[in-house]
Design a protein around this ligand. Structure first.
Ligand code: FAD
Length: 435
């Protein structure tokens, strides 16, 4: 299977996104030349890898981070910026599957994940501009009761008082489209500028002592103690390895590849909307909806609509991302007719069969976390921190995550994408027919 690492982007270049245009991107760091050693070598400089790096370096360990392209090149630097509560499975479903105690520990982890982001944005990376509020909107009348039950479950089970339910009129007041029948709004969730956040975490990791190398693709890992991690130009001997390549990781570790399917998602940014912005979103919140082929959107700080969706299982991005998303947003918000699209880009994320993250111990000294399935902005950083704890000898929280059951995709790497494409076409058709 062709690798998403090189299919849609130029080597070493971030995409032409609004995020890049609105960020002071630092100069490229050098690749790794020759041999070096480390306590921990981390493959991938996104939220997962850099968060692990920062926490490990703060514990006094020698850390090397290798990225095939740049810091934030992957999903972390190009996503929808939504800092979600919980997992890509409602808490009551998690409790039914894993028991109330395990579900409560899982919930505590994601609460900490959001809290970590809020604190980072308050104290150390203010430019990431955390803003509270995330609405989930029902596109079918029958889904509203379920969403309200989910909200009530959080209120009653975890005393979570930041979520409130919305009926059809209430959601129409906030999100000015006729498409939605109700939903809920979570003021404990929010949205950020993801590229500025990931670059900020990289700086914090370096300040704590981690060494980051860019344009350093890992193409082989020789397992052992120490393990040897090889790039084109260099090698690292490390006592521990963390695999944090998520949807971009090529097939260098079969146990990861079997559980992760790379999926593309796309975002378009309109020109600045000025006063029209309030006629789309009356509040400065992010939104995601319940379409199987979901839409997610929010306003940028300069009042562009950043509108995402249209996932695809093809490795290649379509050429007309901007037009496709513009049509979709105008269908929902006719008031946007006549607006322009200034930026459009895509990215690859990793999903799993259960839509829960695959957190695994691959070998005694190799751990991996990927497949956050659209919930990674908050969850991936926390998982990096938890992997750092496991390497430092405290595996309790790592076990809480690694106990989540994530079966391999059927069909193996060759067949899983075609099988899922078929399923996707069916669900997209259901969305269009409103079934
Ligand atoms: C368009 C889009 C929108 C999204 N929206 C949201 C959202 O709103 N909210 C949310 O919670 N989640 C969202 N996600 C998902 C979220 O962005 C990811 O879950 C999260 O960023 C994963 O972080 P990561 O560090 O694990 O992986 P990534 O950020 O993808 O980083 C992986 C890194 O590994 C590097 N790499 C891979 N293989 C190698 C190798 N062999 N050698 C060296 N380096 C390697 C890559 O270059 C890359 O930089 C979205 C994703 C996309 C693509």
């Amino acid at each position: 299977m062709a690798s998403p690492l090189y299919r849609n982007d130029r080597p070493g270049q971030l995409p032409k996104s609004w995020y890049v245009a609105s960020t002071d991107v630092p100069p490229e760091r050098p690749p790794l030349y020759g041999h070096t050693t480390a306590d921990v070598c981390i493959v991938g400089a996104g939220f997962t890898g850099l968060s692990a790096a920062r926490h490990l370096a703060a514990k006094g360990l020698e850390v090397v981070v290798l990225d095939a392209h740049r810091v934030g090149f992957g999903a972390s630097g190009r996503n929808g910026g939504q800092v979600c509560s919980g997992y890509n499975m409602p808490q009551r479903a998690l409790a039914a599957k894993y028991g109330a105690d395990h579900a409560a520990r899982l919930w505590d982890l994601t609460e900490e994940a959001k809290d970590d982001i809020r604190k980072l944005c308050l104290a150390e990376v203010p430019e990431a501009n955390y803003r509270p509020g995330l609405a989930e909107a029902a596109t079918r009348p029958g889904e509203v009761a379920d969403m309200h039950r989910d909200a009530a479950y959080l209120q009653e089970t975890y005393s979570y008082d930041k979520i409130s339910t919305l009926d059809r009129n209430a959601i129409r007041d906030v999100i000015q489209t006729d498409d939605y029948h109700g939903g809920h709004i979570d003021m404990g969730a929010g949205h950020i500028h993801p590229l500025r956040l990931v670059l900020g975490i990289a700086q914090l990791a370096e300040r704590a002592g981690a060494r980051i190398f860019e344009r350093a693709e890992v193409h082989h890992i020789a397992h052992g103690d120490p393990a040897e991690i090889r790039t084109d130009k260099g090698r690292v001997k490390a006592n521990h390895v963390i695999l944090a390549g998520n949807g971009y990781l090529p097939n260098i570790e079969r146990k990861v590849t079997a559980k992760i399917l790379p999926v593309n998602s796309f975002i378009a940014a309109t020109g600045p909307l000025g006063d029209l912005a309030a006629k789309v979103l009356a509040r400065d919140i992010a939104v995601s909806d319940s379409k199987f082929v979901l839409n997610y959107y929010r306003m940028s700080e300069d009042k562009r609509l950043l509108f995402g969706g249209r996932p695809s299982y093809e490795i290649a991005f379509p050429k007309d991302i901007g037009t496709l998303l513009h049509e979709r947003m105008i269908a929902m918000f006719p008031q946007l007719d006549g607006t322009t699209i200034d930026y459009a880009w895509g990215g690859t994320l990793g999903i799993t069969t259960t839509r829960l993250p695959a957190v695994q111990r691959i070998a005694p000294n190799v751990v991996s976390a990927s497949g956050f399935s659209g919930h990674g902005v908050a969850l991936s950083g926390l998982t990096g921190k938890v992997m750092a704890e496991a390497i430092a000898g405290q595996a309790g929280r790592f076990d809480t995550l690694s106990m989540l059951k994530v079966p391999s995709f059927p069909g193996g790497p060759a067949l899983r994408a075609p099988i899922l494409r078929l399923a996707m076409t069916w669900y997209a058709m259901r969305d269009r027919l409103g079934l």
